[in-house]
Design a protein around this ligand. Structure first.
Ligand code: ATP
Ligand code: MG
Length: 243
């Protein structure tokens, strides 16, 4: 059963610095929603709030997973991962000196994921054959595109229902960007995931997104109900499309 995520009135920051201001957004079951914003506008900060890595000063974050409702604020990251929410972090955060397979196994260190480890590993390899071929290679010696695949596969090792992906395209050559984005669409369908994807690459993100939000200075500046609305929005045209 597909899962959903609802953020209401989130305020968050670091010490006295306010970064996220009154953000409300929702990702409905089986949707792919893009969180669009240029550098420093608060995309990663919002993802940290969802994952319990940063506690919002106010607001609520509710996940509905397989028919059950969970309040996420106040829970630890470990608990949130166990509930079925995974993060592909910005910059991939792989262990470069460990092998591909060791990185994957670290994605399943939580108790709930460990019981399904072998099955999830097999399914990761089925989804990303290149990772199986390279399973004994050091992660740090893989190409950028392969490393992004590994980061995606590692997140799948905890068998998430909701997947947060923080700037999958960053640092990749254009051809790899579109391949990565295509792969995310494939994953979403194969695993029936609900996806929230932060991106600066507007054109690539809207290719697979059902809808999107534009975040500017920590506030939702625009909510587009479909790709068309996003394409025609003034802010988007000015900041992303150079029109
Ligand atoms: N640990 C931190 N301590 C203090 N300020 C931080 C911290 N992390 C982020 N910030 C600040 O919060 C703001 C938002 O940063 P954030 O990383 O959320 O943006 P972003 O949209 O993800 O940007 P990018 O596209 O560059 O990843 C920035 O002004 C940043 O300097
Ligand atoms: Mg970021």
């Amino acid at each position: 059963m597909p899962s959903s995520l609802t953020l209401s009135g989130i305020n968050a920051g670091y010490g006295s610095v306010r970064v996220i201001e009154d953000v409300s957004l929702a990702v409905s079951p089986a949707e792919t929603v893009a969180l669009l914003g240029t550098n420093g506008n608060g995309k990663s900060t919002l993802m940290k709030c969802i994952m319990g890595m940063l506690r919002p000063s106010s607001g609520s974050i509710v996940a509905e997973i397989d028919g059950e409702r969970f309040d996420l604020v106040g829970r630890s990251t470990e608990q949130i991962v166990d509930l079925g929410i995974g993060l592909v972090p910005e910059g991939r955060r792989l262990f470069p000196k460990l092998t591909v397979e060791e990185n994957l196994l670290l994605g399943a260190f939580r108790r709930t994921a460990r019981s399904e480890l072998q099955r999830n590993l097999e399914s990761s390899y089925a989804t990303f054959p290149v990772l199986q071929e390279r399973r004994r290679q050091m992660a740090g010696s893989m190409s950028g595109g392969e490393q992004q695949m590994l980061a995606l596969a590692r997140a799948l090792m905890s068998a998430p229902r909701i997947l947060l992906i923080d700037e999958p395209s960053v640092g990749l050559a254009p051809i790899l960007v579109s391949r990565t984005i295509d792969k995310i669409k494939e994953l979403k369908e194969r695993y029936e995931l609900t996806v929230l994807m932060a991106e600066q690459n507007f054109n690539q993100a809207v290719r697979i997104a059902d809808r999107g939000y534009v975040i500017v200075h920590g506030q939702i500046a625009f909510e587009g109900r479909n790709a068309n609305e996003l394409n025609n929005n003034e802010l988007v045209r000015k900041f992303y499309l150079g029109l």
